[in-house]
Design a protein around this ligand. Structure first.
Ligand SMILES: [Zn+2]
Length: 265
């Protein structure tokens, strides 16, 4: 059977302001504005719908000072997908902006790395600095899903469906995973926070929130190996994604883009 071809979408669900030095380890000489977008992603072929990450809730956004635009579920509805149609959710890592609102997807099976769950339920969460990007509520939700038999654990690289695979890239967190998808324009990679902005993987820069700098840099090489070209790598938080790809549908400008289309840059 031929390899399925997937449509891939990014939905922008929140944003915040910021400046360049905040987004690079050891800062940046140019103290210029650099905002951050927050995305969730949707991968679809026929009736198979796979979601990558679930974003944070409005309450978490408020507490952390982010500008909330819409829930992940509401964003996917704008693409014509109801939560009940979603069979699989890849959680790239357990940070608050990726693993909130999991309870909004009652039919889904969740995919997470062994290393991430060990980390968020282990000794290092006793350190305020290390637990800060995580929400206890999200970890509790994931543990409940495990007890309901709805979580698939992965150790390293694995296939979720024909043409959709996950790839462990530690560094930002111990168990971060990126997602590789077969599309009409070839193999593309949803890096998630293996690269927050284009500049990180393009210039070997590192985001300041990281547990292992060496693994982050190794991860950029892995992204390049997995993607058909650098133009097939989609970073996790870069507002340029909304500019480089076409809107998912008329009326969705600034809200959702189609990532399996040819980017312009
Ligand atoms: Zn993130």
């Amino acid at each position: 059977m031929a390899m399925p071809i997937y449509e891939v979408y990014a939905v922008r669900y929140a944003q915040r302001g910021g400046r360049r030095p905040e987004h690079f380890l050891h800062g940046d000489p140019h103290d210029l504005p650099m905002s951050m977008d927050y995305f969730v992603w949707l991968v679809r072929s026929g009736r198979r719908v796979i979601v990558v990450d679930t974003g944070f809730s409005e309450a978490t956004a408020k507490r952390r000072g982010r500008e909330f635009l819409r829930s992940a579920r509401a964003g996917f509805e704008l693409l014509g997908v109801q939560a009940g149609q979603i069979s699989d959710v890849v959680i790239t890592h357990m940070h608050n902006d990726h693993a909130g609102t999991m309870a909004d997807f009652p039919q889904a099976r969740f995919h997470v790395q062994d290393a991430e769950m060990a980390y968020v339920t282990g000794r290092h969460m006793g350190q305020q600095l290390l637990r800060r990007p995580y929400e206890l509520h999200d970890v509790q939700t994931m543990v409940r899903l495990i007890f309901e038999g709805r979580v698939s654990f992965h150790a390293g690289d694995d296939e979720i469906a024909p043409g959709v695979s996950i790839h462990h890239i530690g560094g930002h967190t111990p168990g971060l995973q990126s997602v590789r998808v077969h599309t009409a324009r070839g193999w593309m990679v949803l890096a998630s926070d293996a690269s927050h902005y284009y500049e990180h993987f393009e210039n070997d820069r590192v985001f300041p929130v990281t547990v292992n700098i060496a693994a982050v840099l190794e991860g950029y090489a892995k992204l390049h190996r997995l993607a058909d070209s650098p133009r097939h790598i989609v970073p996790g938080h870069d507002p340029l994604v909304m500019k480089r790809y076409p809107p998912a549908a008329p009326g969705l400008e600034g809200i959702a883009v189609r990532l399996d289309a040819e980017p312009v840059y």
